[in-house]
Design a binder for this molecule. Structure first.
Ligand code: MN
Length: 327
């Protein structure tokens, strides 16, 4: 079956340094191998895509990317450069690659302009954001301009994990819990909930948020979120839709990136529905082959498999005009 994968990372030699902060998370051999693969598009990546049966990769700059740059002007310049570069990579293999732009959120107005330029002039399909930007989350009022532009352009914002601003006390003394195995998911799901409770999706009802890793566990807790919202002190918050799950079912789209397991997939299907789940591998940190074999063999209907593998991506990312070479 045709497959479009949405969480597929790359880096450029100029931007490798921003990833140094996450180096200690990985085993040295795994880090070195991922580092090599992140820089490559055609030598290893395309043959692996062919072998795994992956038609299109929607590429994104590896976490934390230029959001880790303290100087807003430098970040803005590097975002434009890497987005131009990505457009060039896609132009060389337009039937195999698409992309999400990088955004220098250190300058929210500039980031909104760069999102528009990336979509309208470079043909990129949305923006991928790595967690906080210098301590600011996407519910900060400064980012209203970004949500407004994303909604107007009808493109999704993909919220991807990165190291937190600080370390939660419960993680202290346990560096093994910090990173993609555990703490990144909590950080990212919490970030998504901040958007709901701060009213971002009330102000921008058509905004589309993408989360990887099968929804960062949110599909599993939908019912409890609503149940406990009835119990909690609302602190003056009024949700237009009444309950948190209503936003997660409307504004949230998730990918299967980094989760090749049927139990959470079936949970996500029941919780969010097949129209809100898209395929992803999390290359090069996970195996394309394992991810593709998983989705091909998952115990779901063929209609749902088609939606997850490519139909939802074609629709959400307006990819209908692209035809995968293996179709
Ligand atoms: Mn990833």
């Amino acid at each position: 079956m045709k497959k479009i994968a949405l969480e597929e990372h790359f880096v450029t030699p100029d931007l490798v340094g921003y990833g140094e902060g996450t180096k200690s998370i990985a085993q040295p051999k795994a880090w070195a191998e991922a580092g090599r693969r992140l820089l490559d598009f055609t030598e290893e990546r395309l043959p692996e895509m062919d072998a795994a049966g992956l038609d299109i990769e929607v590429l994104s700059l590896n976490s934390p990317g230029i959001q880790a740059e303290p100087d807003p002007a430098v970040a803005t310049a590097k975002a434009a450069t890497v987005n131009d570069f990505l457009a060039g990579v896609i132009a060389e293999n337009p039937s195999r690659f698409s992309g999400f732009c990088a955004l220098a959120l250190q300058d929210p107005e500039g980031a909104a302009d760069e999102l528009e330029r990336s979509v309208k002039q470079l043909g990129l399909r949305g923006g991928l954001i790595n967690a906080h930007t210098q301590g600011k989350y996407l519910d900060h009022p400064d980012f209203t301009v970004l949500w407004e532009r994303a909604q107007d352009l009808d493109v999704p914002l993909y919220l991807h994990p990165a190291n937190g601003v600080d370390t939660a006390h419960v993680l202290s003394g346990h560096p093994e819990l910090q990173g993609p195995m555990w703490s990144w998911g909590l950080d990212t799901s919490t970030h998504a909930l901040r958007l709901i409770f701060s009213g971002v999706f009330d102000r921008f009802p058509n905004a589309k948020l993408l989360l990887g890793h099968m929804g960062e566990a949110l599909p599993y807790v939908l019912w409890r979120l609503d149940s406990r919202w009835d119990f909690h002190n609302h602190h003056g918050i009024e949700l237009d839709l009444g309950y948190p799950s209503h936003y997660l079912r409307r504004n949230l789209y998730i990918t299967t990136s980094g989760v090749a397991s049927s139990a959470p997939l079936l949970c996500a299907l029941l919780a969010l529905g097949a129209d809100h789940i898209l395929f992803g591998t999390d290359y090069p940190f996970e195996s394309m082959q394992v991810a593709c074999d998983f989705i091909e063999n998952a115990p779901i209907s063929e209609a749902d498999r088609e939606k997850i593998c490519f139909r939802n991506a074609e629709s959400l990312l307006h990819l209908d005009s692209l035809v995968g070479s293996r179709r």
